[in-house]
Design a protein around this ligand. Structure first.
Ligand SMILES: *Cc1c(COP(=O)(O)O)cnc(C)c1O
Length: 388
């Protein structure tokens, strides 16, 4: 589609970056299983020379995701962590990053256990607090890295405010938009310089592929990242790109249902006597509700909550659901349940976890697109049976 800039989000989800295969008319972008391309003469080719550098199925996906984020440039990677690492590869030893203390466990791990060894430093703050961000920024700070809604506490950072603050100090802003997806939130339009995704989650949407993506409007940043994508080489395979292209086509539809179901489940949990606390930005009493209402167009499919009783009860409860599967990850059509302290966030030290409000009994739900009543009934029976 040549005019996809003007088209609406759902139209772009289906068409952006894709056109019928010029040789056959195949409506779906082919899975080009090739590592190289035949050249007519040395250096004379159709723009494709080696598949790590440039690949047609990947190009279609990169254009598709860039369009959905409202960005000029997209780059795809073998995983969300590969995308994250490639952004940090832009930095030099001595550079500093300010990030939120309520962060995806793997991001915290690669920052503190890998890049800290290479001479970069990281400060983790409550990124809902603009003063805390401001205080953490030093002369060496190059990036502000935020996740909103955050994982697993579903905290909301005001992207516009955070960007204004960072830009005043010459700091670029990266937003991990995995939890919201561009169907609900477009950080570039709010001032962010770079958007990063684990496409493994909502973008793919079917729990059948691992992938990552970066989108930016800044040509200089894109050039650096494009260089690193090729130089470091953490690229996705063609079949993965195909699966993601299939996934993004239904992203707008799926997100509507995820939001609808999560709201019903969150309201039910809130009214439940066995539940001490519910974290869902769609609930009016959530501290980030007012900001979420402005910067998102839906509150997403992720909920976390604290079950009354001890850690053992929480562990029993999450093993007793019948529709919610006990698993890491999120964002698929099927509902998942997990225990962040021992699963996704096990790599964060307990004191750090507690500082960010991640208590031992916290349970996280990725609410799928099943019938909401079945999901509610499933949670109820698991809570009931876990009491004994
Ligand atoms: C899963 C996830 C990642 C890491 O992505 P992978 O595809 O698993 O490498 C990063 N950020 C967030 C918010 C995630 O949920």
């Amino acid at each position: 589609m040549s005019s996809n800039k003007e088209a609406g989000f759902a139209t772009r989800a289906v068409h952006a970056g894709q056109r019928p295969d010029p040789t056959t008319g195949a409506i779906m972008t082919p899975v080009y299983l090739t590592s190289t391309y035949v050249q007519e003469g040395p250096g004379v080719h159709k723009g494709f020379d080696y598949a790590r550098t440039v690949h047609p199925t990947r190009l279609a996906l990169e254009a598709n995701i860039a369009s959905l984020e409202g960005g000029a440039h997209g780059l795809c990677f073998a995983s969300g962590m590969a995308a994250t690492s490639t952004i940090i590869e832009m930095l030099d030893a001595g550079d500093h990053v300010v990030s939120c203390n309520d962060l995806y466990g793997g991001t915290y791990r690669v920052f503190t256990k890998v890049f800290a060894r290479h001479g970069m430093s990281f400060t983790f703050v409550d990124a809902t607090d603009m003063k805390a961000i401001e205080k953490a920024i030093t002369k060496k700070t190059k990036l502000l890295w935020i996740e909103t809604p955050s994982n697993p506490m579903l905290r909301i950072t005001d992207i516009k405010k955070a960007c204004a603050l960072a830009h005043k100090k010459g700091v670029k802003v990266v937003v991990d938009n995995t939890f919201a997806s561009p169907a609900l939130q477009r950080p570039l339009a709010l001032g962010a310089d770079i958007v990063v995704h684990s496409t493994t989650k909502y973008m793919g949407g079917h729990s059948d592929v691992i992938g990552g993506a970066i989108v930016t409007n800044d040509k200089e940043t894109f050039d650096k990242l494009k260089f690193l994508q090729n130089a470091v080489g953490a690229v996705p395979g063609p079949l993965d790109c195909f699966l993601l292209l299939r996934g993004t086509k239904t992203l707008p539809l799926r997100m509507v249902k995820h939001c609808e179901n999560a709201m019903l489940v969150a309201k039910h949990l809130k009214a439940h006597k066995q539940i001490a606390k519910v974290h869902y930005p769609g609930l009016p009493e959530h501290p980030g509700h007012a900001i979420a209402k402005v910067q998102m167009c839906g509150f997403g499919g992720m909920i976390s909550f604290e079950l009354k009783g001890d850690l053992e009860r929480a562990k029993r409860m999450i093993s007793m659901t019948r529709i919610f599967s006990l698993a890491e990850s999120l964002g698929g059509v099927e509902s998942l349940i997990g225990h962040p302290p021992t699963m996704t966030h096990g790599s964060i030290p307990r004191e750090e976890r507690l500082k960010s409000g991640l208590v031992d009994g916290l349970i996280r739900l990725s609410v799928g697109i099943e019938d909401a009543q079945d999901l509610i009934d499933d949670i109820d029976q698991a809570i009931l049976r876990s009491a004994v």
